[in-house]
Design a protein around this ligand. Structure first.
Ligand code: HEM
Length: 254
């Protein structure tokens, strides 16, 4: 393969940037931004559940179908969805690797002593804990709703509304999702503020407004996500229309 001098120079420039602490911080901030963008879109997409079961044609099921057929016939089925998945995975790997390496460096610089937590906000002091909880949650969550591997409640491909309804009849799933989304809120609040500082957009006059915006974004995301399990659990969102639906759906009782 022909590798030009320009390509080689660009690669070594990127390598140098990644090797520097500021380069890693920028990579963590930018990859975090991509993940935040996904989380906001995912939360808004989930709100399609609030339209209810329809007549066997729930709006959230149509939305899930649209995600898979987006770009057709120009692009093959599922192409955009897979492109987004690859981007997300890459962003996640960069984000986690960057944080782990930065922490190892700063610990080594303190002679192996952990960072002092005094004077830090709750979200700042718990970022590693909330991030680790989120990682574990994401693995569980994909196994539950995407691959349908953890089939504790009946799950059917393409029947997103029924899958959500069935899962959120169980109090322990509601609790798990509320806790996971709560962790996300704290993680976001500190992460957004840190990223803004890393990218140099902070200043003494703007800092209070930036902190408030990060807090407001966290609340917006948490409330948007939490609405779905809570409304299913309380019965505000009714059971899927089993008679008219396309998939062979079973409905579980509470
Ligand atoms: C109450 C909260 C949530 C609900 C009800 C929910 C619901 C869902 C559902 C139904 C799917 C499968 C969609 C489909 O098959 O088309 C899904 C996929 C996914 N969710 Fe969530 N989600 C929630 C929170 C989160 C959070 C907090 C994150 C990340 C921090 C997340 C990340 C993902 C990812 C990465 C996928 C896989 C997307 C794909 O198939 O490519 N979710 N979620």
């Amino acid at each position: 393969m022909l590798v030009t001098d320009g390509t080689r120079a660009r690669r070594s420039g990127l390598r140098e940037l990644w090797d520097s602490s500021i380069g890693k911080k920028i990579a963590v901030a930018v990859s975090g931004g991509i993940l935040v963008g996904y989380v906001v879109l995912h939360m808004l997409g989930n709100l399609n559940s609030l339209y209810g079961p329809g007549n066997g044609d729930a709006r959230v099921d149509d939305y899930a179908h649209w995600l898979r057929t987006f770009g057709e016939p120009l692009l093959p089925y599922g192409f955009v969805l897979w492109a987004v998945r690859v981007l997300l995975l890459a962003a996640l790997v960069v984000h986690v690797t960057g944080i782990v390496q930065l922490r190892a460096r700063s610990r080594a610089a303190r002679g192996g002593h952990p960072a002092r937590r005094i004077g830090r906000s709750f979200s700042a002091a718990t970022t590693i804990v909330t991030g680790s909880l989120l990682l574990a949650f994401i693995v569980f969550h994909i196994l539950q709703f995407t691959t349908l591997t953890i089939d504790v409640t009946p799950l059917h491909e393409g029947a997103v509304y029924a899958n959500l309804y069935n899962a959120f009849q169980k109090w322990y799933f509601v609790l798990l999702y509320v806790l996971a989304v709560g962790s996300l809120g704290f993680h976001l609040r500190h992460g957004v503020w840190s990223a803004v500082q890393t990218l140099g957009f902070d200043s003494p006059e703007k800092n209070q407004a930036i902190r408030r915006t990060a807090g407001a974004l966290a609340v917006f995301v948490v409330v948007g996500f939490v609405l779905v399990p809570v409304l299913f659990w309380t019965g505000a969102l009714s059971a899927p229309d089993v008679a008219n639906t396309q998939a062979s759906i079973t409905v579980v009782a509470r």
